[in-house]
Design a protein around this ligand. Sequence first.
Ligand code: ARG
Length: 460
Amino acid sequence: MKQLWGSRFSKQLSKSTNDFNSSLSFDKKLYKYDIKGSLAHAKMLFLQGILNEEEYNLIEKGLNEILDEINSNKIDFDCDFEDIHTFIEKHLTDKIGSAGKKLHTARSRNDQVALDFRMYVKDELNNINTKLVSLIKTLINLQKEHTETVMPGYTHLQRAQAITFAHHLGAYVEMFKRDVSRIKDTYKRTNSNPLGSCALAGTTYDIDRYKTAEILGFNDICLNSLDGVSDRDFAIESLSSLSIIMMHLSRLSEEIILWSSKEFDFIKIDDSYSTGSSLMPQKKNPDIAELIRGKTGRVYGSLVSLLTVMKSLPLAYNKDMQEDKEPVFNAFETVSACLDILPEMLETMTVNKDNMLKACYKGFLNATDVADYLVNHGIPFRDSHEISGNAVRYCIENNKTLDDMTLEEYKKLNSLFEEDIYSFIDIKKTLEKRKTTGAPSSTAVKEIIKINEDWIKENE
Ligand code: ARG
């Protein structure tokens, strides 16, 4: 095939070079953005008097037809064009003749690809945010059901102090809220129009870059033509935000996997979101959560891949940058799929409240409260910590819990202990005393749920 730039060459491209060089197999994904960008560019050229009305009308009609034809699978991408930009321009020229050849006036594929890619990333960032907000809504609904569901809180994966399930889920609400704000921030820096940077050094034509920005919904333009064609920060920032989302999703997935094991037995994943084993008939596996955990690897991989592609690249455009698209496409698709399935799995799981509560009675979760009891009676915390530690050791040696030690046994450790120690260290009561903002008592958690419901209204 004759290339758009073929005249300078005396030989045709070899088939292997063409295959190796072509990005059509993946950048075909950008066809809508490429056409939208070309429509805006043509309109601006017309408004600036660079295209006449007849030429502009032909280009507009031709591009819209191509869009319809691709949408209805009348044109397929199974061909050896170099990329989506060449593909669409050739189809346009075949359709409308020489007016089509004028479309590329004051434009290069370098600013064209930067534009298409930014438009794609902007849409995908919005898509991810919509899905994050619905995940947060699901979590808040679950929180509302579980403000009284007592469970152990952990450090070092050892039972530490009693919390509620609502409080535990609330930690993820905060993580995903930060993700939303990170994505919004990334969006701001993606929202500048590179078109008009041309190959690297702008153009001699009197174009209006602000006009194309306005038509395409960008709120600014890239202010340096070299940067306009060679900046991929917006893609790297997106991958970084997506990686952090996956890190959060993987932590939640890991907990779901642990909680659904017989060792914990805190939740049951619904049958429709788990699989069995072809060998062991009894097995029910948390595949969805495991896959989300596993897919975190490929999103991190995409980030590292693009950072490495961009490392040390001299200005401005280099063909290396064609390698920017696949990792970004893959990461957006992966995160989007994870965000689709996770809320469904959360909504359908069963919470085993009894086992969560039972777990709080093993592991001395109220040992801090024994110490606090003595602090209330004037003993310095360091000393009361030691006395409580002695109580725990006594219980371990005598196979008891802090709740079933007798008052006599308590008094042997310190004479200040009285009958009211039992209600003071009652797991549910200790929890209700943790009322400060951000703490796990149901009162405190309900306060935060309200704040976050307002957040949802502002971010929907
Ligand atoms: N397919 C190319 C890419 O994805 C488009 C830009 C090509 N520019 C060029 N001068 N070869 O980066």
